[in-house]
Write a protein that binds this ligand. Structure first.
Ligand SMILES: Cc1cc2nc3c(=O)[nH]c(=O)nc-3n(C[C@H](O)[C@H](O)[C@H](O)COP(=O)(O)OP(=O)(O)OC[C@H]3O[C@@H](n4cnc5c(N)ncnc54)[C@H](O)[C@@H]3O)c2cc1C
Ligand SMILES: Cc1cc2nc3c(=O)[nH]c(=O)nc-3n(C[C@H](O)[C@H](O)[C@H](O)COP(=O)(O)O)c2cc1C
Ligand code: SF4
Length: 443
């Protein structure tokens, strides 16, 4: 067929042929087959474009890939090492220009094929030309770009690029600023950092208040779980951008309405975030109960046998993290499956693949947790039968509450008041980035 295409279209018509370079299933393509194919395709195919064997390896996440070795690299390397003359491109998780340059320079491949990194940063190519790799917005591998219609009214979203899906109407949406304003942003989580960056970009004078000694808010958990490395890179990028900007950052400073009034801000944007809910059952305040966000970095303080009550994506991820730290963990959930809110198919499947390979990770679905009593958790199954699960420590993962009342205290602290991110409604990086951008770009 390639020969026929070349004959019909001429030899200058480039053919980029996509191939699954290695398949896990029995009878599937092996690397040796790909090498063989590369030899046969020489002269007929211009670019051999190597992808993962199954759909999850085509767009890997932190659950099924490590930071320094994109999945298809070993396949590309093998084809190159075989002496094949064909141009080898590899796809799936590339996008770090420094590493990609090195793969090419070392002869491990000839090209990288990139999709999500371009979605996440529309200026990706420009930043490479300008030799600014540190300014590239790292793709979080969250695959939210794959489920445009499941949540929200937007046609297309990206967690790292709040303008994605809106580009066609940005000109109508956003006017240039009319005057320089003094803007207070309260909260140094992702929503506050994005709002501060956008406002500073619009040449306002911005002060970012954070009551702890670090920027990052809830995203700080990504410093700990091995599978959260793409989110950690994104969080570090946001902090780096704030540090590089002319935003005045005031750490260990809990902003109050009085402080904002005293300093005569024109605008206050509150991004004070959300806190975990504590389940309203007997024993929920017992000493050995934990909230998910408090577990990260303190895993050694938890006992060996851990029960996580609540199987949403945060509960499930926290349980997986603890299981990877060596605890024996059981998730109890009312739902018929765990992590049902990890809606994106590709993301969920990869998440599931990782937890199903860990023998310290267990879950029990369709149960109602009734009480935490001493070193055990009582729950009732669908038949109404009571059971006990041993627990040296219990993690209560029953959702988050937006700090809306705290935010509303600032309503009259400046002429303009906005609240954004999780404090309005607990969400995700995508919802935080979108609400921060939509608000700050109109100030
Ligand atoms: C364990 C866990 C895993 C998660 N995983 C993901 C994920 O993989 N992908 C995803 O998209 N989302 C994830 N989320 C959700 C995501 O982290 C949040 O939606 C997002 O970080 C919220 O950002 P925010 O800026 O609105 O609030 P926060 O991150 O809560 O930040 C609010 C900040 O405001 C500060 N603050 C509060 N009051 C004041 C005050 N008066 N003065 C000064 N500072 C103040 C707080 O100290 C805090 O730093 C996860 C959440 C958790 C808990
Ligand atoms: C939003 C989106 C939609 C995609 N749709 C398809 C598709 O319909 N068919 C397909 O074969 N690959 C599809 N891909 C995969 C890409 O073609 C590409 O191989 C892959 O995303 C490369 O990995 P990267 O995103 O990590 O760079 C899609 C990727 C994205 C991000
Ligand atoms: S939605 Fe997530 S995976 Fe898709 S490009 Fe944006 S950050 Fe990357």
């Amino acid at each position: 067929m390639c020969r026929a295409i070349k004959e019909a279209c001429g030899k200058d018509f480039l053919i980029d042929l996509w191939i699954a370079g290695e398949e896990e299933d029995e009878g599937g393509i092996r690397i040796e087959d790909t090498i063989e194919f590369a030899k046969l395709a020489e002269g007929l195919v211009d670019i051999l474009h190597i992808r993962g064997g199954n759909i999850n390896y085509c767009h890997p996440t932190g659950f099924n890939s490590v930071e320094d070795e994109p999945y298809t690299l070993h396949i590309a390397r093998a084809v190159k090492a075989s002496g094949s003359k064909i141009v080898v491109a590899a796809a799936g998780g590339y996008g770090d220009p420094v590493k990609d340059e090195a793969y090419i320079a070392n002869g491990e491949l000839d090209m990288v094929a990139i999709a999500r990194q371009f979605i996440c940063d529309s200026d990706y190519g420009k930043k490479i030309y300008e030799d600014r790799p540190e300014d590239i917005v790292p793709c979080q591998r969250c695959a939210k770009c794959h489920v445009p219609f499941e949540r929200g009214p937007w046609t297309f979203v990206c967690s790292g690029n709040p303008q994605m899906g809106l580009v066609y109407q940005l000109d109508q949406m956003i006017d240039p600023p009319t005057c320089k304003k003094k803007v207070a942003v309260i909260g140094g989580g992702v929503a506050g950092m994005e709002a501060a960056l956008v406002a500073a970009e619009r040449d306002h004078r911005v002060v970012l208040f954070e009551k702890t000694d670090k920027l990052g808010g809830q995203l700080i958990h990504s410093d700990f779980a091995a599978f959260k490395w793409p989110l950690r890179n994104f969080k570090d990028y946001m902090i780096r951008q704030v540090e590089k900007s002319n935003i005045e950052v005031s750490l260990t400073c809990e902003a109050s309405p009085e402080l904002i009034r005293e300093n005569a801000f024109d605008v206050v944007i509150v991004a004070c975030g959300a806190v975990p809910k504590r389940l309203d059952i007997p024993g929920a305040w017992e000493e050995h109960t934990w909230l998910p966000i408090d577990v990260y970095g303190k895993e050694e303080q938890l006992g060996h046998k851990v029960v996580v009550v609540g199987g949403g994506d945060i509960g499930t991820e926290t349980a997986l993290y603890l299981a990877e730290c060596g605890h024996d963990v059981t998730v109890l959930t009312r739902q018929s499956r765990i992590a049902p809110d990890a809606t994106c198919t590709h993301y969920r499947e990869m998440f599931e693949e990782r937890w199903s390979q860990n023998d310290k990770f267990h879950f029990i679905t369709e149960v109602q947790t009734k009480e935490i009593k001493g070193n055990s958790v009582l729950y009732v199954d669908v038949q109404g039968e009571e059971h006990t699960e041993k627990a040296d420590s219990v993690v209560l993962a029953s959702g988050r509450i937006g700090l809306v009342d705290e935010a509303l205290q600032f309503t009259d602290a400046a002429n303009e008041f906005y609240f954004i991110g999780d404090c309005k409604r607990p969400g995700s990086v995508q919802t935080c980035m979108r609400s921060a951008f939509a608000t700050a770009s109109r100030i």
